[in-house]
Design a protein around this ligand. Structure first.
Ligand SMILES: C[S@@+](CC[C@H](N)C(=O)[O-])C[C@H]1O[C@@H](n2cnc3c(N)ncnc32)[C@H](O)[C@@H]1O
Length: 317
């Protein structure tokens, strides 16, 4: 194994006594679940969740594929069965949302259709984000699958959205000039390369799936990148808002929320994954870095500010 491998390892015994890990058996107050991880089946936790407290709900459910999550295997079903399963937890979960809340739901191309059908009956659909993931197996008899959908919806038309907080630093392909021969909202780095701060679109091509040399990486099979969560959290919440994730996995949502000074809570059925979360939360006490998000701006895929910094004039960013 390469000595650059930063994959997070946990010994379950290190985290057994942690009071951050809870299970719910009675109706709970928000203060009881704030900044806690609920280690439980979503169906058992749901009846005990408080109401009307969540500003941002991020949902990354098992897609309709046979996949092993250590102790549990999710089995592929028909689309109709998947929709029934999805509805069984999604509809009762809606009670946790504030009237101003935003909701993001991750899907692959196949579940996207089912998910849209269900969530559009309960929420106002605002957009569908397409995230280009660069990893994925080639297929001989089909097109390689290398994108995911993320539905963005809100409870009402009164919701928070901060586009300024999620601007991207991009190389400019067509650097137009004004009639006075000045750059049109772009600036030059020390190598004469034109850059611009741009508002993000619904096509996300700048985010890499965690891999072994990234400090956020765990052995979770479908871990989402912190950069992806950072965009969603910064766009759709203010500091101290409450972020909830009912399929927390390795803890990406909770960890990113913590790094960005938001409150969080999540549910996860698998103990080892809960322990990854606890370890990552512990690491976030002293290290608030989010790879790909630096100095308040998002960088293009696989760039780092330390490489770019020497290129910029001080007025650049
Ligand atoms: C797609 S993964 C989420 C990954 C997560 N976004 C991350 O960044 O690590 C779905 C997670 O849901 C968990 N899960 C599956 N069924 C569950 C259930 N009934 N209750 C709670 N968690 C469940 C799985 O163990 C898995 O970790």
């Amino acid at each position: 194994m390469s000595n650059k491998n930063k994959t997070i390892q946990v010994k379950n015994s290190d985290y057994l006594a942690q009071d951050t890990l809870i299970t719910l058996s009675d109706k709970s107050h928000v203060s009881f679940i704030e900044n806690k991880i609920i280690h439980q089946d979503i169906f058992d936790a749901l009846p005990h969740l408080p109401e009307n407290f969540v500003d941002l709900l991020f949902i990354d459910p098992p897609y309709n594929l046979t996949k092993s999550y250590q102790s549990h295997t999710f089995k592929e079903m028909t689309s109709a069965e998947y929709e029934k399963w999805f509805e069984a937890w999604f509809v009762p979960l809606l009670k946790i949302l504030k009237p101003t809340a935003s909701v993001y739901v991750c899907c692959d191309w196949k579940t996207s259709v089912s998910v849209y059908k269900i969530i559009s009956q309960h929420l106002k659909i605002k957009n569908r984000i397409t995230w280009e993931r660069e990893k994925g197996r080639g297929a001989y008899t089909n097109w390689k699958n290398c994108h995911e959908d993320i539905w963005f919806a809100t409870v009402s038309d009164h919701y928070y959205f901060n586009a300024e907080a999620v601007k991207m630093l991009r190389k400019v392909l067509a650097p137009y000039k004004t009639i006075h021969n000045q750059p049109k909202d772009w600036f030059i780095d020390n190598n004469n390369q034109p850059y611009r701060l741009t508002y993000p679109s619904n096509l996300w091509t700048d985010i890499t799936i965690p891999f072994w040399s990234m400090p956020e990486n765990t052995d979770h099979p479908t871990q989402k990148p912190e950069k992806l969560l950072a965009k969603i959290i910064l766009a759709s919440t203010r500091e101290n808002d409450f972020v909830f994730d009912p399929f927390l996995g390795s803890g990406t949502t909770a960890v990113t929320a913590k790094k960005l000074n938001r409150k969080y809570c999540g549910i996860e059925i698998n103990q080892t994954y809960c322990h990854y979360t606890l370890k990552r939360l512990e690491m976030a006490e002293t290290d608030k870095k989010i790879q790909g998000y630096e100095n308040g701006v998002f960088l293009e895929r696989n760039t780092s500010f330390s490489k770019l910094k020497k290129l910029f004039t001080p007025t650049g960013v």
